[in-house]
Design a binder for this molecule. Structure first.
Ligand SMILES: Nc1c(NC[C@H](O)[C@H](O)[C@H](O)CO)[nH]c(=O)[nH]c1=O
Ligand SMILES: CC(=O)[C@@H](O)COP(=O)(O)O
Length: 191
């Protein structure tokens, strides 16, 4: 389904987990900032609307979308966050640079999701024209920042539930004597 058939700002409020205890990092590209600020507005409003305290949200700026990779990596490595939202807007110019930036940031953010335990949400517009970006950052097709914030809440919840399930499994195995976890082991249950 193309974006033209789906408003990016619409979501089922009943399907959103309780987000009041989650912490979010938002990394914002300064390239096309008239667009990225609109995406950020959509994201921050959606987080606040879903009971995320403002003090649980940390924002960093980076020069361009390609730097979202490094900025998101350092955010999740150094800040206590449950998910990171990477916000950018790449618009086709006269050369092939568009292709390389889009591919690079896409692969880089994918790699962070594979290599780290913190979900990084891809909120990067890759548009042919400025009008397409306007339409997707609070215009006629809604706001991709809103969509990204909701995805961040859902992925933070999945990460939390997976961790709890893992701990319960370990406890059952410990209780049954099926495993022994040495003191100091990474598997040692933390109280
Ligand atoms: N043309 C756009 C860029 N280009 C800049 C790169 O993202 C990067 O900052 C530069 O190559 C230095 O490493 N960035 C965008 O976010 N949007 C564009 O349309
Ligand atoms: C995505 C870009 O880097 C691009 O907008 C830069 O424009 P140009 O291809 O005309 O140099």
């Amino acid at each position: 389904m193309a974006t033209v058939n789906k408003n990016l700002s619409e979501y089922d409020k009943n399907s959103i987990p309780n987000a009041k205890d989650f912490r979010f990092g938002i990394v914002v590209s300064e390239w096309n900032d008239s667009i990225t600020e609109g995406l950020y507005k959509g994201a921050i409003e959606a987080l606040l609307e879903n009971q995320v305290p403002s003090q649980h949200i940390i924002r960093w700026n980076v020069p361009g979308s390609f730097e979202l990779i490094y900025g998101s990596k350092k955010m999740l490595q150094t800040q206590n966050v449950d998910a990171v939202i990477a916000i950018g807007c790449v618009i086709q110019g006269q050369t092939k640079h568009f292709d390389f930036v889009c591919e690079g940031v896409t692969q880089g953010i994918k790699d962070l999701n594979v290599q780290t335990d913190i979900p990084v949400i891809f909120c990067v517009l890759t548009d042919n024209t400025m009008q397409q970006s306007i339409d997707r950052s609070g215009g006629i097709h809604g706001n991709k920042g809103t969509e990204a914030a909701i995805a961040a809440i859902k992925m933070a919840y999945i990460r939390q539930q997976a961790s709890l399930s893992h701990q319960i499994d370990n406890q059952h195995l410990l209780s049954a004597g099926a495993i022994q976890i040495e003191e100091g082991s990474p598997l040692e249950l933390k109280e």
